[in-house]
Design a binder for this molecule. Structure first.
Ligand code: NDP
Ligand code: OXD
Length: 310
């Protein structure tokens, strides 16, 4: 029995060391290392070559994703049939994303871009911004990452609302759900934070129609997936002032091509898909404890609902 590892982003050296320490009974083998593919029961992967999990590993029992988002994995038409996918839930992702959300919500809330421009022009001008309790933040997606970000925004006393698929009841968060409640959620959102997964239902939903339902001058932060957004609509909404600014960590095409106008748009702050990165130490601990569950005959936590897409 063994586990195979594939990632071009995550450190093989770190993951193999931590997993060997945390779950020595399951040897980890790198994808490129020769070995007995029939003995592989588990895969730990990020963007493996399409079709290869099915072709190479006939006895796979679980696929562990190195990332929280599993859209790329589920997009493989040759994903092994009936093998459950387990998504990554671990502290580094949660803490990193909350840092990202707080940083950019505060920058938008305090109109920091204006002060940066003023500084460049040696212009001394105070601007009165509302205090946090008078600023409405709307989170699309209140899962593992959204919940922690909401709690941190609550701690700063922002007025926090959420929009999700199923109903929620979380202290300090005004909860909306489903398509019927999207419009009312958007109408009262001044800073929209998107932490949705990319699924058939969410693809392309950050578009002109949706932006038109926000109050004029709303701010947008998308750290979910690039496929959620229509980039030309973001640019149009910025140009008309419907959006005051956009903070984007994810893009329709990654890496963002050099000729994409988002790079140079004055209303855009962009980061190279590193709002939150899976930690090898903390991640290995979670994978190991899930593997232990499997070894003792239980189902792992965080199995993806393949039909829902997340
Ligand atoms: P979760 O699965 O825990 O949460 C997903 C949330 O989205 C849930 O609240 C869910 O609603 C909601 N949702 C899903 N589909 C819909 C829909 N059709 N309509 C309304 N709400 C919907 O995911 P995480 O919080 O762990 O991660 C969220 C996403 O963040 C990942 O899928 C990934 O794409 C992205 N990510 C980005 C990173 C980056 O560095 N930029 C790093 C890590 C993740 P409900 O609660 O009702 O199920
Ligand atoms: C993830 C990511 O999904 O890093 O974990 O985007």
């Amino acid at each position: 029995m063994s586990m195979i590892f594939y990632s071009e982003n995550d450190s093989w050296v770190n993951w193999s060391a931590y997993l060997q320490r945390d779950v020595p009974e399951i040897p980890l083998r790198h994808w490129d290392e020769p070995g007995n593919d029939e003995a592989v029961r588990f895969a730990l992967v990020w963007n493996p070559p399409r079709g290869e999990l099915k072709r190479r590993f006939p006895n796979l029992e679980y696929i562990f994703s190195l990332g929280a988002g599993v859209d790329a994995l589920l997009d493989d038409p040759d994903l092994p049939d009936g093998v459950p996918v387990v998504r990554m839930v671990e502290d580094a992702l949660v803490i990193g994303m909350t840092e990202y959300v707080l940083l950019h919500v505060l920058r938008i809330h305090r109109q920091h871009r204006t002060f940066e421009l003023q500084q460049r022009a040696c212009k001394w001008q105070q601007i009165v911004t509302p205090l946090a309790p008078n600023r409405k933040i709307g989170l699309m997606g209140l899962g593992v990452l959204g919940k922690n970000a909401a709690a941190a925004l609550n701690a700063l006393r922002f007025d926090v609302a959420s929009w999700t698929r199923s109903p929620k009841n979380i202290t300090g968060v005004t909860a909306f759900h489903g398509h019927n409640e999207l419009e009312i959620f958007l109408a009262q959102t001044e800073i929209l934070v998107v932490l949705l997964p990319l699924t058939n239902d969410t693809r392309g939903m950050l578009n002109a129609d949706l932006f038109a339902k926000l109050p004029k001058g709303a701010g947008l932060i998308n750290a979910g997936r690039g496929g959620l957004q229509v980039e030309k609509d973001i640019i149009s909404a910025l140009n008309t002032g419907q959006l005051s600014e956009a903070v984007l960590d994810v893009f329709e095409t990654e890496p963002l091509p050099r000729n994409n106008p988002l790079w140079r748009h004055p209303g855009v702050t962009l980061t190279p898909h590193n709002a939150a990165l899976t930690g090898s130490k903390t991640g290995a601990r979670e994978v190991a404890s899930n593997l232990r569950r499997v070894l003792s005959g239980e189902r792992p936590y965080n199995i993806v609902d393949i039909k829902a897409g997340y």
